[in-house]
Design a protein around this ligand. Structure first.
Ligand SMILES: *Cc1c(COP(=O)(O)O)cnc(C)c1O
Ligand code: SF4
Length: 410
């Protein structure tokens, strides 16, 4: 445990311990942070303890570790706690290799579904634009580990142009999600170029930026970067906080700069064993997010990624966390819990509040477990007659009604 409990999460203690000679100018300069990322095991072992057995095991597979930890994020780790939730996200563990055969490299079948290389077009109206495979930090639980396991390879201009051309030629795309890797690790002129070209396409309504910079290297979120993003509004940002200890003044300031640019910030967390798999931690995280103006959006079940099996937990742990949030706290604090599938996209899971239903009535339970009967209004007669007619939706969606009992059978 830390000697002096900080009044709020902070990198101060770790900074004094690990990087005592870093000046304020260096520490607050994202280039210094990026340049001084810890990239190998020996350097990491200077800061953090490893058990002898684990260190020897990791040494054997050093070329597969792909470590990348900015000094700022390293400074959030409590070196005395081998089970530290920040450590688990950043520092390789021997267990990655113990269960190496359990997971798969591409759990969401993205590689097989690229419209053009770097572009995943799974849903009707939006695409994932994999702008780069570089990240400021390589998260141990990353679903796209396969992207960066070959090393840091910038995408060529012709590749980016081919991705942009596909969007231009596909009028149903109204939402382009910059992902990666981390799109904010692109050089600013390249990022600006992609955003400018995509903004020129009339059918693209919104652009989203998926980035972990506000969490792992918040110094990168400079006014200069925000000015570039701000030229291409409407832009939305999705970031990736997993634990309340990541909510430092630096992270807060980074989110504030983005929000002031007119870019709403939402958060996508990954449910991980020993990191955030309790209602208490998740409540603290989500309350903290709301306090810095960030809306919890998704809580992801950890995908069956090769090397991350030890971080996964049961989907019921996620459902139970939601059960302990809904009703007990602000609805704004509650993310949607989703399981992502092999090529089928995200599927939401939630506690079941519908106990029984007929056409006329529903039996519901509330968050406290109290039971209510709810009268269901009859559908308009005309609608009833046209029941078999075409759905007004662009797809044939029929809401599932579990336990539905037909009246005439009763
Ligand atoms: C997650 C994801 C999206 C975005 O999904 P939303 O539910 O709109 O946030 C789009 N494309 C792919 C391939 C995804 O995995
Ligand atoms: S920032 Fe995102 S893409 Fe990059 S390693 Fe972490 S989880 Fe993966």
């Amino acid at each position: 445990m830390l000697e002096t409990p900080a009044p709020e999460p902070s990198s101060e203690y770790g900074r004094r311990l690990f990087f005592p000679s870093a000046t304020d100018a260096e520490w607050n300069d994202w280039r210094w942070q990026y340049r001084n990322r810890v990239r190998d095991l020996a350097t990491l072992a200077k800061y953090l303890p490893f058990s002898k057995g684990e260190f020897d095991q990791l040494k054997l597979v050093e070329d597969q570790l792909h470590i990348g930890i900015p000094p700022y994020y390293l400074a959030l780790i409590d070196p005395a706690d081998m089970e530290d939730p920040i450590r688990k996200q950043a520092v390789p563990a021997g267990a990655e290799f113990t269960y190496h055969s359990v997971g798969v490299s591409d759990p969401l079948h993205e590689d097989g579904e690229m419209a053009v290389e770097g572009l995943v077009h799974r849903y009707p109206d939006r695409v994932l634009f994999i702008a780069t495979n570089m990240c400021p930090m390589y998260c141990r639980h990353c679903t796209r580990r396969r992207e960066w396991e070959d090393g840091e390879l910038p995408k060529s201009r012709p590749m980016l142009d081919a991705m942009i051309a596909y969007i231009r030629q596909t009028p149903q795309i109204r939402d382009v999600i910059f992902s990666g890797g981390d799109p904010l690790s692109l050089p600013l002129p390249v990022l600006d170029y992609c955003l400018t070209e995509i903004r020129k396409i009339p059918h693209v309504e919104i652009i989203r930026i998926g980035t972990r910079f506000p969490v792992v290297l918040p110094q990168r979120v400079t006014d200069e970067l925000c000015t570039v993003l701000g030229k291409h509004l409407p832009v939305w940002m999705n970031t990736h906080f997993n634990h309340p200890r990541e909510l430092t003044p630096e992270a807060h300031a980074a989110c504030q700069r983005v929000l002031r640019t007119g870019i709403p910030v939402n958060n996508q967390s990954v449910l991980m064993r020993g990191v955030n798999d309790s209602a208490e931690t998740m409540l603290k995280l989500c309350h903290g997010l709301l306090r810095i103006g960030v809306r919890p959006y998704y809580l992801f079940q950890c995908d069956p990624i090769r090397g991350a099996e030890h971080l996964r937990t049961s989907v019921w742990a996620g459902v139970e966390i939601l059960e302990k949030m809904r009703g007990w706290t602000s609805g704004l604090a509650i993310p949607t819990f989703v399981v992502d599938t092999e090529g089928g996209g995200k599927i939401p899971l939630a506690p079941n509040y519908l106990m029984y239903a007929t056409e006329d009535a529903l039996v519901l339970r509330n968050y406290e477990g109290r039971i209510f009967q709810y009268k269901n209004p009859a559908p308009p007669a005309a609608r009833r007659r046209r029941k078999a007619a075409a759905s007004p939706l662009p797809f044939d969606a029929k809401p599932a009604r579990p336990h539905l009992v037909k009246r005439d059978r009763a």
